[in-house]
Design a protein around this ligand. Structure first.
Ligand SMILES: Nc1ncnc2c1ncn2[C@@H]1O[C@H](COP(=O)(O)OP(=O)(O)OP(=O)(O)O)[C@@H](O)[C@H]1O
Length: 264
């Protein structure tokens, strides 16, 4: 279980530049929750992901995963619990290394003791099986340098590297936003399949409203560092994009301003 208690984060506190990134956030996620997160520009979505992943500390409050305070764990421990896929396809992989070397590193990161990331034949067989399910032929290119892959292929590999060791928490940070529509659709479909099949507790930040409604079992809407809407599966089912935008305006008192918003 992932739990945020009273999480508050300010940037430049006490100065004219003070920014409230998160204010008093209480959230509990059940195992297997697939939560989509939307919000206006500067609403605090990235800060929320940074704090859950432990790379940023809250000023007040704490994040617990399976009862462990995430801020107190060293990075190698955190990487066993939490996996993240970023918007930039270049961010999650090592371009000069091959597909199998990248997968091997991702695999060894989650092991208690490091046995090195050498590629053995049994690992290679396992990697091939995992790659096969992506359905884009990467299983035939284990020795290819990752820097030569297209953005979509790289993002599919990043998604696989983040998930194949079954993290407790998966953070998807606008992970389809930098891709062309066809590739974005492919990664979205793979994400949905993998998350549901592996029952991964997942938070996915997206600017695509239709996707935010269609995917997952819970939708969170943020504005000015606060959660202003938390919509469960039952209410999400029949929701339309215009109803969601209307709800946002009613509660926040202003229109959703997001320069990257995709309505559907
Ligand atoms: N390192 C920083 N220094 C100062 N202010 C920051 C910093 N990072 C974020 N902020 C501010 O904190 C607030 C929340 O930012 P955050 O990046 O979390 O929002 P976001 O919802 O991810 O926005 P967007 O959708 O525009 O990327 C914003 O007002 C932002 O300007």
């Amino acid at each position: 279980m992932l739990q945020l208690s009273k999480v508050t984060k300010l940037f430049n506190p006490g100065t004219p530049d003070e920014k409230v990134a998160l204010m008093d956030i209480d959230l509990t996620f059940k195992p297997g929750d697939f939560v989509t997160v939307i919000g206006s520009n500067g609403a605090g979505k990235s800060t929320l992901m940074n704090i859950i992943s432990g790379v940023m500390k809250p000023d007040i409050g704490e994040v617990r995963i399976q009862g462990n305070a995430i801020q107190k764990l060293p990075e190698h421990e955190r990487s066993r619990w939490i996996a993240r896929v970023f918007q930039d396809p270049m961010a999650g992989t090592a371009p000069r290394m091959t597909i199998e070397e990248n997968l091997s590193i991702a695999y060894s990161r989650t092991k208690k003791r490091s046995f090195g990331w050498g590629v053995t034949s049994s690992k290679r067989k396992m990697f091939r099986e995992h790659l096969q399910r992506l359905g884009i032929g990467l299983e035939h290119r284990l020795g290819a340098k990752v820097g030569l892959l297209s953005g979509g292929e790289r993002q599919a590999l990043s998604l696989l590297m983040a998930t194949f060791t079954k993290p407790d928490i998966l953070l998807l940070d606008e992970h389809t936003a930098a891709l062309d529509p066809a590739r974005a659709d492919l990664i979205t479909k793979l994400t949905d399949e993998i998350v549901r099949e592996m029952k991964l507790t997942t938070l996915m930040v997206t600017h695509n409203m239709e996707q935010a409604i269609r995917l997952g079992n819970r939708l969170i809407m943020m504005d000015k560092g606060r959660i202003i809407l938390d919509i469960p599966q039952e209410r999400k089912k029949g929701l339309t994009v215009s109803q969601l935008l209307g709800e946002f305006e009613r509660i926040s008192g202003h229109q959703l301003s997001d320069d990257r918003i995709v309505l559907g």
